[in-house]
Design a protein around this ligand. Structure first.
Ligand code: NAD
Length: 505
């Protein structure tokens, strides 16, 4: 999370964001509020259609649903509600593109399209950042500095692979799988699209993909880029709609492979629905990561890492460091430093460039998180939030920490998917490993220590797909990402991610 700049006390001007008054802030009374609204135009249309066979088409049902800005509860646009007939049409278009164009195209030709997509996304980066922030509620500094550049980076990275695919599995023949069906969640809408689409099409597969119901906007905007890049019709098809449409998409017989990112609960439903078929499958599911701080760690740095680990994207991150395991001898110091730092975080209008914690994605998600706060208090944990006011409209929650947490508490065991940190203490290295691994999940972990040998020991013993050392939430397209246990199977990113999109002979 970027560092805060200090703001001078000044009268509060009536800020306007896209023609409307900026929502009221502010949190952390230490800081005066100098609004810095982002002004780039997100170039929104009142209505968005499905993207099938290279064209924007109305849904067969004629039905639309509203996409809502969680920061102010206002409607952004109407989105097409895709159903069975549209899923069918999308798979037909994808199959045709697979057989007639994309599957046969030399990798070096496919690469040109991926490069073009990456460049066009860079050209429209600010517009996409604003659109993503409006649709999801995440702070503009995150969409501007992380989501959009990382999405472009995934297309660049996979463009680089497209003419070197023989090195994905040296000595083996590598071929596309065919048409793949993909469903993604709402927490990183554009980034998850690029994680899914870029490796699939670089490998020569065609795609039918459904974005999350809450955050379809940047998916259909990305379709505009596919058109501008001249991507052959049918290579990528985008169906917006509810979870039931995702079910149709995953079960479709044309899909040679399905790739799902979302909750463990829905992942299990999908796995049951395709059991016994020949479909290949990868699952990126939930997490409950331990961020482990030893007493020899640089504590100020660790506190920044704890904050980044759980308050980045309002904690709505599969690999969020939602359990802080802190060595008993430094626990009081770490908690005191953490509270001081949390008092400085700005919670409020996501379109303000100084906002650190934006809006929760939806009213339902906010209610789920608040339910967990009640559970934590009822089970006897001690809750703390920095003092401050929240905007009156929109779905906001202050950064929240719980102390006095043990492994049996539900807030320590279940994925909350919000800005809520459960703090647990430990005494020995062995106890830290035991507590960190005591979860059905295994997506990520963080270790903070001055000792290199301890980092090596911990990264060997922690059952997590990614282990960060003296940092947290660092991503790179070259670095594979994925889970152990109920966090899923398969990898995204790097050579390993491409292996999950090819047929080996
Ligand atoms: P979700 O499981 O509710 O929904 C994910 C997607 O599945 C959405 O597009 C939804 O419309 C669709 N869907 C819902 N029911 C379906 C069904 N029966 N069949 C097919 N599709 C269906 O998850 P969410 O609330 O959107 O996202 C949060 C979850 O995603 C968290 O659990 C988080 O940990 C996980 N996640 C995991 C990763 C990872 O890489 N492991 C990354 C991001 C998010």
């Amino acid at each position: 999370m970027p560092t805060l700049t200090s703001a001078k006390k000044s009268p509060r001007p009536a800020a306007r964001v896209h023609g409307r008054p900026a929502p009221e802030l502010i949190f952390g009374d230490l800081w005066a509020y100098d609004p810095a609204p982002e002004t780039a135009d997100p170039k929104l249309k009142p209505r968005y259609e499905l993207f099938i066979g290279g064209k924007f088409v109305a849904p067969a049902s004629g039905k639309y649903f509203d996409s809502i800005n969680p920061a102010n509860e206002q409607k952004i646009a109407e989105m097409a509600l895709g159903g069975a007939a549209d899923v069918e049409a999308a798979y037909r278009a994808a199959q045709k593109a697979q057989e007639t164009v994309w599957g046969k195209m030399p990798g070096k030709e496919r690469a040109k399209y991926l490069f073009r997509i990456a460049r066009l996304l860079q050209d429209r980066a600010r517009e996409f950042a604003v659109a993503e922030t409006m649709d999801n509620g995440k702070p503009i500094k995150e969409t501007r500095d992380f989501d959009v550049p990382m999405a472009a980076a995934h297309f660049f990275y996979h463009a680089g692979w497209a003419d070197k695919l023989e090195y994905v599995a040296p000595g083996r023949k590598v071929a596309p799988l065919g048409v793949v069906g993909q469903v993604i969640p709402w927490n990183f809408p554009l980034l998850m699209l690029s994680w899914k689409i870029a490796p699939a099409i670089a490998m020569g597969n065609c795609v039918v993909i459904k974005p999350a119901t809450n955050t379809p906007l940047t998916a259909v905007k990305l379709a505009e880029i596919f058109q501008d890049a001249g991507l052959p019709p049918g290579v990528v098809n985008i169906i917006t709609g509810p979870g039931s449409t995702g079910g149709l998409l995953m079960a479709h017989p044309t899909a040679a492979k399905i790739a799902f990112t979302g909750s463990t609960e829905v992942g299990k439903v999908i796995m049951r629905s395709v059991a016994g078929t020949e479909k290949r499958m990868t699952m990126e599911l939930g997490g409950k990561a331990a961020n482990i701080v030893f007493d020899d760690a640089p504590l100020d740095q660790a506190v920044e890492g704890i904050i980044n680990g759980i308050f980045f994207n309002q904690g709505q991150v599969c690999c969020a460091g939602s359990r802080l395991l802190v060595q008993e001898s430094v626990a009081d110091r770490v908690v005191a430093k953490l509270k001081n730092r949390l008092r400085t975080l700005r919670v409020g209008d996501p379109l303000d460039k100084n906002t650190d914690v934006g809006a929760i994605v939806s009213r339902d998600q906010l209610a789920t998180i608040q339910g967990y706060l009640d559970i934590g208090v009822k089970e006897g944990c001690k809750m703390w939030q920095p003092a401050g006011r929240l905007p009156t409209k929109g779905f906001y929650l202050p950064p929240t920490i719980f102390t006095g947490v043990t492994q049996s508490h539900r807030i320590a065991r279940e994925e909350i998917f919000g800005p809520v940190l459960a703090i647990i203490t430990f005494r020995t290295v062995e106890e830290a490993v035991e507590k960190a691994n005591n979860t059905p999940y295994g997506l990520s972990a963080g270790v903070w220590t001055d000792k290199g040998s301890r980092i090596l020991k911990m990264s060997t013993e922690l059952k997590a797909g990614v282990v960060w050392a003296n940092t947290f939430n660092k991503f790179d397209p070259a670095s594979p990402f994925g889970g152990y246990k109920e966090s899923g199977f398969g990898r995204e990113g790097g050579r390993q991610g491409l292996l999950d999109y090819c047929q080996l002979a």
